[in-house]
Structures are given as C-alpha cells and as structure tokens.
Design a binder for this molecule. Structure first.
Ligand code: ATR
Length: 277
C-alpha cells in the first residue's frame, strides 16, 4: 500500500482572524516547494490563548504565526527567542524544536525587505517619520535602525505613548518624538502609518511641507483599512504603498524559519491575494 505523505501542520492565531490571508500565502509557498501542508486559522479568546496554543502543538503542530492581539502574549509564552523578538517584546512566529518553544518576529524584516527589494527604497541616511506608538511601531523600529536612517521621529495622538516609545529605543538609535504643532518644521523621506486605525480622512491632515518630491508614504495596513489613506495620498500626489508586500515578505521569513527555505515572493502571489481582499 502506498504510504500517505505526511501533512505538516501550521496555523495562525488571532482575534479577529476570519479575514487573514496567511493560509493562502503559506498554501502558495507550500505548493511551490512541493510540501504537503495544512495551515488553519485559529480564533481564540484572550484567556484561552495559551491553552489553545499548547493544544495545537500537542496535536502535532510544527509552527504558527501570531497576529493581533496576541504578539505580546506569545513573547511571554515562548521559552527561547531571537534577538529581534527580544528587542521588540513581541513574537509573530513560533516553532517547536526538541520540545522547546522558540519565538521570532519577522514583521520588521518583512517591512524592510518590501521597501528595499520591491519598492527599491533604501532607508540609509533617510529622515523617517512613524505615525503611531503601539505594537506595530515597535515591531519595525529595530529593523529600521539596522538600515542606518539619518533620523527617526514618532508622531502620536497620545504624546506620553510617543515618549515611552522613544525611551524604549533611544539606546539603539537616533529616535525622537515630534509634536503635531512642530511637524511642519520638518521634512521626511519616508512616512509610515503604524497606527491601528485606518485613519478617516477628517483626522488625517499632515502638512504638505513635510513631503519632498521623492518622499514615500507606507501604510502598514492593506485592503479596506488602507483605502482612505491611499485616496488621500493620490489626491496629494504622494507616492503610496500599502502593507500587503510586508505581509507577504514576513510570511516568507516565517516559512524560512519552519522549513529552512525562503520561498519566492512573486507578483503572481500578490495578485492572488488582491483578489481575496
Ligand atoms: P497596538 O495593539 O498595535 O499597540 P493600539 O494600541 O490600539 O494598537 O494603537 C496603536 C497606535 O495607533 C497607537 O499609537 C494609537 O495612538 P494612542 O497611543 O494615542 O492610543 C494609534 N491610534 C489608534 N487609533 C487612532 C486614531 N483614531 N487616530 C490616531 N491614532 C490612533
């Protein structure tokens, strides 16, 4: 009797999770690498996260992605972690090897790779502004510093949160907060929306003085959440990119951690995902 090929079991945990594109991305990678893989979406309540995670690995799970709101909980759960996970304080990729849970964070590397490889934007010596001071900002800051920007400023609705973020990362790079009233005295080459809110047009009024001819605006969100931002950028002639490229690149890095091979991140995959948005 022909032996059935082993199905490798992966998953993504989050809440909400229904619209996650990760199963399609990893399904695509697996097909290209001829790997028999299952990748399920696991919705869980905050208080059940650890229990569900253990259940998944106890039933043969090899690795999982973690999305909102569990990245911090995942960081606290794992027994060993990568340097980037340690600095960000968040984990988006878990693997279990030799009975040890290992946590990594591929968000920042995914963001940088999308900028460098797909958009052809080099952060080195550039002036960077991040909107937002929550988990998404923390996830990308260490990798931004590795690229040696000229400066990094944080603008946030709640000034105290911007100040805490600056304090957290000031030992690893040139980072400051900026207040909205002082914003127009600055120019930026790269502006990143890392707020959790796809901002509505009314609340979004960055002064035009902060943009140069070659400035780009990168929204970490994608799909419907970034539609208003995209429209705003188009109306103001600002080069705009959404976070779909980052999503694909961070997934490829997770796949590399689990399977030892980094899949190609193709235009074909991007087009498949756009149809699902
Ligand atoms: P996370 O779980 O990623 O930390 P969060 O705490 O809900 O998400 O918010 C992330 C960032 O989005 C925060 O900087 C938040 O600003 P505050 O620090 O002032 O809370 C920002 N944010 C959320 N909604 C916003 C809105 N409507 N306008 C501007 N900023 C917003």
């Amino acid at each position: 009797m022909a032996q059935q090929k082993l199905i490798k079991k992966y998953a993504v945990f989050g809440n909400p999770i229904e619209h996650s594109l990760s199963p399609s991305i990893h399904g695509y990678f697996a097909q290209k690498h001829n790997i028999n893989l299952s990748y399920e979406k696991i919705l869980c309540d905050e208080d059940k996260f650890e229990v569900e995670l253990r259940k998944f690995f106890d039933s043969g799970g090899l690795g999982c992605n973690i999305t909102l709101p569990f990245k911090r909980k995942a960081f606290l759960f794992v027994e060993e972690k990568s340097d980037v996970a340690k600095i960000t304080g968040a984990v988006n990729t878990i693997s279990k090897k030799n009975d040890i849970y290992f946590g990594d964070n591929t968000d920042g590397a995914g963001f940088i790779r999308d900028l460098k490889e797909n958009i052809n934007f080099d952060i080195s010596e550039k002036r960077v502004l991040i909107l937002g001071a929550g988990g998404a900002s923390m996830g990308i800051i260490p990798n931004i510093f590795l690229e040696k920007p000229k400066s990094l400023k944080i603008l946030n609705r709640t000034l105290d949160n911007a100040k805490s973020l600056v304090k957290r990362f000031s030992s690893i790079g040139n980072i400051n907060y900026v207040e909205k009233s002082d914003l127009s005295e600055n120019k930026f080459d790269l502006i990143i929306n890392a707020t959790s809110q796809g901002m509505n047009q009314n609340s979004f009024d960055l002064p035009s003085e902060i943009f140069c001819d070659d400035s780009i605006f990168y929204d970490l969100s994608y799909g419907k959440a970034s539609t208003n931002m995209k429209n705003w950028a188009e109306e103001n002639n600002i080069k705009f990119f959404d976070g779909l490229g980052m999503l694909i690149e961070q997934a490829a890095d997770s796949f590399l951690i689990w399977e030892g091979e980094r899949p190609n991140t193709t235009e074909e995959l991007r087009n498949i995902l756009i149809k699902e948005l």
